[in-house]
Design a protein around this ligand. Structure first.
Ligand code: HEM
Length: 377
């Protein structure tokens, strides 16, 4: 079945083609954990992640030499399933380097990249601290939800005593395509999402916008990237009462084809100067596509890799649903620039609420025999 290398120059799960399912988890390092314990945790995570992404069971499970007096090392629910393109991507939050009280718990403060700070408050943010932040993150993506959940469950178990799960998010239905070989899927507004995304075939965009270069303050980040996660609630009940004209106007694209309102087909260039029959702009300048476009944000671009979520419903009988937005960028500044603009000017805001947030430094990939994050220590 489909499988991606775990070891390599860059971590997998970024420019590798977006899978259908996500389990994202943020962890806090447990009190009393030492620098040596943290390194050991990253080594254990690396070994287990490498095994699972290659379809191997953890420990002796199923090998015929099980110890009946201990719990099985592998929890077992992925046994017999194809790897389903599993990728495991590990990152470090700002609080790993200096705790909320400013404490340098692991002797890492001098290695902290200056850009790795909590995201600023954006207009209309309504963040729940219980589903924001974290010292560490793991993004598990696969084409089978059970395979992604199995990865997070077992990595959480391995972390026992060293890191505890702070919050996690399941996602389904990728809202991006990261390769030109993939068709563009739809988000819960019913629009194609990912059309103008950075695609891994575009080597110059990937180099210019995704991979972090070596810098004097954090040479260990060379070949890494920054992950921004935003849990964005979509008020579907309001959206579903909006006319098709309104839905297309606030998006800036047609619903059926995903073409820019300036004309053409899905992958036609957006023309923000084109006019409609009545003389107004064909693409509303307040539309999401206009406000998110690089030309309105000092040239900034992102690699988007988010997922839909539906977490049941709220007490008012509304679906607790939306977009678990994930983007990768060589510097968090790219996201901050675009989101500052969107929070103020995006016509889509009427139907959105940002309720969770996280930022993580994603170190480069590990060579065989090494571990994720080794360059930091
Ligand atoms: C484009 C939906 C949040 C950045 C698009 C498109 C749709 C869409 C339908 C057009 C197709 C495409 O090119 O992918 C949404 C929805 C959101 C959301 C429903 C919230 C629930 C965000 C956020 C950001 C963002 C938070 C970044 C801060 C972009 C960018 C583009 C885009 C950069 C490409 C614009 C272009 O160059 O044409 N989005 N988006 N989006 N979105 Fe979003």
């Amino acid at each position: 079945g489909l499988r991606y290398d775990f070891y390599g120059t860059h971590q997998a799960g970024i420019t590798t083609p977006a899978q259908d399912r996500l389990h994202f988890a943020a962890f806090d390092v447990a009190p009393g954990t030492s620098r040596a314990d943290l390194i050991e945790l990253l080594q254990d995570w690396t070994v287990a992640a490498a095994a699972m992404t290659q379809g191997k069971e953890l420990g002796e499970f199923g090998a015929g030499s099980a110890n009946y007096d201990a719990p099985p090392e592998d929890t077992g629910e992925a046994v017999g399933l194809p790897v389903a393109g599993l990728t495991v991507t590990i990152g470090f939050g700002p609080t790993l380097f200096s705790s909320s009280t400013g404490e340098d718990r692991f002797g890492l403060l001098s290695r902290k990249p200056p850009e790795l700070v909590n995201l600023p408050h954006f207009a209309a943010d309504d963040l729940d601290p219980a589903s924001s932040g974290g010292d560490l993150c793991i993004q598990a993506c696969a084409n089978d939800p059970q395979v992604a959940v199995h990865a997070i469950r077992n990595l959480t178990r391995i972390a026992f005593g060293r890191a505890v799960l702070k919050w996690s998010q399941l996602g389904y239905g990728r809202t991006s395509s990261t390769s030109t070989s993939q068709k563009t899927e739809r988000n819960l507004f019913g629009f194609k999402d990912g059309t103008a995304n950075i695609k891994n075939e575009n080597a110059s965009d990937v180099a210019d916008f995704v991979w972090t270069a070596s810098s004097p303050s954090s040479p260990w980040m060379a070949g890494g990237t920054y992950l921004v996660a935003r849990r964005i609630r979509m008020t579907l009940e309001t959206w579903d009462r909006a006319s098709l004209r309104e839905q297309e106007r606030v998006t800036g694209r047609t619903k059926a084809e995903g073409a820019p309102l300036s004309g053409g087909t899905e992958f036609s260039e957006t023309d923000f100067s084109a006019t409609a029959a009545d003389g107004s702009r064909a693409i509303d300048p307040q539309s999401h596509v206009a406000q998110a476009h690089a030309s309105h944000n000092g040239g900034a671009k992102l690699l988007r890799r988010g997922y839909n979520f539906v977490d049941g419903n709220d007490a008012l009988g509304r679906l607790n649903a939306g977009l678990f937005f994930i983007s990768f960028q060589k510097s968090p500044e790219q996201f901050v620039t675009i989101q500052k603009n969107l929070a103020k000017n995006d016509a889509l805001n009427e139907y959105l609420k940002h309720v969770g947030s996280g930022i993580f430094a994603i170190p480069p990939g590990a060579p065989v025999g090494s571990f994720i994050g080794s360059s930091l220590f």
